[in-house]
Design a protein around this ligand. Structure first.
Ligand code: SAM
Length: 287
């Protein structure tokens, strides 16, 4: 049906691709201008609560499991023995919750620049913050670029960049210099994973550049895993893994199959399938 939308709809317009995504909203629950970004939370008719930063959809109750499982579990099941994990961004705490499902993880530090995001998640997305009291979790509010700069060499097993898009406060998280520093703070055998935008819209631009920059930063292997994400531009999203002295195209399939986690999307089969790139992505990446 083709009809104009009124103010009872939230719409994210994606100008550069001439596309938009809308959700019918019942009410606005929060509207805060933090020192870093404009944060809104809406109650929607069919997707539960919706978090928006600077006009961009961050997550909804209904489909955030796709993103959070795919940014956490492929990286953790790729590393041989992940014990020390760091999350840059991720203030909604959904990724932290997934990482803490791994019993071998001893400590997870999450560094988000904006405490307002975590406060909003605690109020409006309590299911995502339910593991925040885990004694293995440390929540810091600081610039992730600076934190990585100051971290010790070879001190981290898995580094997760769960950031907003590469504009505004997250711009520095997509730069080559930052990736070199990420490589420096990972132990040998370490794995980095970064949210890497839409396979359809960005394979020939942001994702291709990120992969090249990861290789230029010293990583030995790179893998981009696409997965569905209905509320993000194009309805399809990706994470890109990079390995320091390890192959991120290989993972602990047996451990993933035997794990007792009650997940909603990630399985070893989904992981293996995501590693098999469609031809248009292989062409864009020259692989
Ligand atoms: N799933 C989301 C997506 O792909 O759009 C990302 C969710 S998470 C809410 C993104 C977080 O990155 C935000 O809370 C934001 O504050 C944080 N962030 C952006 N730039 C940052 C920086 N330089 N250091 C630390 N956190 C940052």
């Amino acid at each position: 049906m083709n009809r104009p939308l009124d103010e009872t709809w939230f719409t994210e317009v994606f100008d550069s691709q001439g596309s938009a995504f809308s959700l019918k909203v019942n009410e606005k629950l929060l509207d805060v201008q933090s020192p870093y970004q404009h944060l809104e939370v809406y109650a929607t008719q069919t997707f539960g609560n919706l978090m928006v930063l600077d006009g961009c959809v961050m997550l909804t109750d209904r489909d955030n499991f796709l993103y959070h499982e795919m940014i956490a579990h492929p990286a953790l099941f790729t590393h041989q023995n992940p014990r020390r994990v760091v999350i840059i961004g991720g203030g909604d705490c959904g990724t932290l919750k997934e990482v803490l499902r791994h019993p071998g993880v001893e400590k997870v530090t999450q560094i988000d620049i904006d405490e307002e995001v975590t406060k909003a998640a605690e109020r409006f997305f309590p299911a995502l913050t339910e593991s925040n009291d885990d004694p293995r979790a440390e929540l810091l509010f600081a610039d992730g670029v600076k934190w990585v700069d100051e971290a010790d060499d070879a001190s981290i097993d898995v580094l997760i960049i769960d950031s907003t898009d590469p504009v505004g406060p997250a711009e520095g998280l997509f730069k080559t210099d930052f990736l070199k520093r990420c490589h420096r703070i990972l132990k040998p055998g370490g794995v980095m994973v970064q949210q890497s935008e839409s396979p359809l819209y960005h394979s020939g631009s942001i994702i291709r550049e990120l992969r090249r920059d990861m290789q230029a930063a010293g990583f030995d292997s790179v893998a981009t895993l696409p997965f569905p994400q209905p509320v993000y531009p194009s309805g399809w999203w990706s994470v890109t893994l990079a390995g320091k002295d390890c192959d991120v195209c290989d993972f602990r399939e047996q451990a993933a199959a035997e794990s007792a986690m009650a997940l909603l999307y990630y399985t070893p089969e989904a992981h293996r399938g995501a590693l098999t790139l469609p031809p248009f992505m292989r062409q864009a990446f020259d692989v």
